[in-house]
Design a binder for this molecule. Structure first.
Ligand SMILES: [Zn+2]
Length: 116
């Protein structure tokens, strides 16, 4: 079951528009492509488990896939291997920040409509 990103109403799997507010329900991304990429990176990592660039790409792909915890695990590993690798520190911070925001947004008891 998916929910509308605009109003949060639950939508049927095949709905192309939200029945509540009419927002087009675009899939989050080409998920099959992301799955394939993740599988490829993981396969490469079995041969080269300490390859920072593969881990980095895996981390970014996991983030796009909506798996921030797995993404952070891969990116923290990059940071261990090569602390100066690309913008890995920035990416880690960005994901952590977003994760905190999401956890705050979905925390039980924090109703958006409370102040009326
Ligand atoms: Zn909606």
């Amino acid at each position: 079951m998916r929910t509308c990103p605009a109003c949060g109403k639950q939508t049927a799997k095949d709905d192309r528009f939200c029945s509540g507010c009419g927002t087009p329900l675009v899939p989050e991304g080409p998920k099959d492509v992301l799955d394939d990429l993740i599988r490829d990176y993981q396969k490469e990592l079995t041969d080269k488990p300490d390859d920072a660039s593969i881990l980095y790409n895996l981390g970014l792909t996991l983030e796009r896939k909506g798996r921030p915890d797995d993404a952070l695990a891969a990116l923290r590993r990059v940071h261990e291997i090569e602390p100066q690798f690309g913008d890995v520190q920035d990416v880690i911070q960005r994901i952590e920040r977003r994760k905190q925001n999401q956890e705050r947004a979905s925390a039980p008891g924090e109703n958006k409509c409370r102040d009326d």
